[in-house]
Design a protein around this ligand. Structure first.
Ligand code: ATP
Length: 358
């Protein structure tokens, strides 16, 4: 049982507050990804869990035990870093065996456990080689095997795939997912790559300037971002945001966007006269070349064929939007089109604070 509980963790470096009162629970065997732009405090938070940094304030509990003041060796934690950090003078076998040798495990047990870990990582045929005789991806697998062979209660990973080229990264991502599903260890994983975060995590915690902005499942992070920042950070293309003003029409709330009226949730009636932002993903906008009374009229600026679909850049009033259309959508630059926003997919945001309204 290795639930991780962080309570009010704060860490400063001189005048920089790297982590700002973070409270987060990672349940036993859960995989949580810390995601955010460069400098948002992900690594510092992870290093606090590993006791490589000492928080100024707050408490860290692992498996119900307060470990804030315990030295790292007392905790059953393994870490994998961005730089592969394998010992160049040791064979793959000895690299993987390292932690077990430190624990003075019997020879036969070490042999067996190294073999099992190497097989899980599909490097069993490389055990006699030295790191210099391996590719980057193989070296990274050695680092992961070395971390998991000690059967840690908690596995901490800091951008473990970021040194790999794009194709290898894609392959290792799926392999890591399979592996972590098999070993079922409580894992905290740091990345600035949103695709990696969405694809791997049971939960994703989005950090900005040392604070957790949203902690949710990947699908909810994507579909229901808590703030404009999250909507803009997640997704390729990022979520579109259109300005609109709330009006009350009879007993209905409507929003006026670019001269058109769209239905708004009833709870927004009390915000009549306010400006709001409508967040909508490119794939939730349906484009048609036939005039549609309910549709927003737009002008096509750019058409990008991306193989599986078209990515359109269009203009609505003075605002630009990204729209995904089918490959067989026939359209020319500068052509007028009509857009229908899937009503259930609109995210209503406060234009001042950037926070979700509904
Ligand atoms: P990246 O994705 O670029 O690695 P990150 O989100 O992991 O970024 P951190 O490395 O945790 O961010 O850094 C958070 C902030 O704390 C940054 O402003 C960084 O400059 C600062 N910082 C981190 N470590 C130190 C240190 N040892 N001394 C001073 N400032 C530090």
């Amino acid at each position: 049982m290795a639930e991780i509980r962080l309570e009010g963790i704060r860490k400063t470096f001189g005048k920089v507050t790297a982590v700002r009162d973070v409270t987060l629970t990672v349940r036993d065997r859960e995989f949580v990804v810390l995601l955010g732009p460069s400098g948002c405090g992900k690594t510092t938070l992870l290093r606090c869990v590993a006791e490589l940094e000492r928080p100024d304030r707050g408490r860290i509990c692992i498996g119900g035990e307060d470990v804030t003041d315990l030295p790292p060796r007392r905790r059953r934690i393994a870490m994998v870093f961005q730089s592969y950090a394998v010992f160049p003078h040791l064979t793959v076998f000895e690299n993987i065996a390292f932690g077990l040798r430190m624990q003075k495990r019997p020879h036969q047990e070490i042999k067996k456990r190294v073999q099992v870990a190497a097989e899980l990582l599909q490097i069993a045929e490389l055990l006699e080689r030295y790191p210099s005789q391996l590719s980057g991806g193989q070296r990274q697998r050695v680092a992961v095997a070395r971390a998991i062979v000690v059967e840690p209660e908690v596995l901490l990973m800091d951008e473990p795939l970021s040194n790999l080229d794009a194709l290898l990264r894609l392959q290792m991502r799926a392999e890591l997912k399979r592996l972590l599903h098999e070993i079922q260890t409580t894992t905290v994983y740091v990345t600035h790559d949103q695709v990696e975060a969405l694809s791997l995590g049971d939960y994703v915690a989005i950090l900005k300037e040392g604070e957790i902005i949203q902690h949710d499942t990947p699908m909810r992070i994507y579909d229901e971002p808590a703030t404009v920042f999250v909507g803009g950070f997640i997704g390729n293309p990022p979520m579109n945001f259109l300005k609109g003003s709330i009006e009350v029409n009879g007993d209905q709330a409507v929003v006026s966007v670019g001269g058109h009226h769209l239905a708004a949730p009833p709870s927004l009636k009390k915000r009549s006269g306010e400006t709001v932002l409508l967040g909508i993903r490119a794939e939730n906008i349906h484009a048609t070349t036939e005039p549609a009374r309910e549709g927003l009229s737009a002008r096509v600026l750019v058409i990008e064929p991306l193989g599986s679909h078209l990515l359109l850049t269009v203009q609505v009033g003075s605002e630009g939007l990204k729209v995904i259309a089918r490959n067989d959508f026939v359209v020319e630059p500068q052509q007028g089109i009509w857009l229908r926003l899937e009503p259930g997919k609109v995210r209503w945001m406060n234009a001042q604070t950037g926070e979700a309204l509904v």
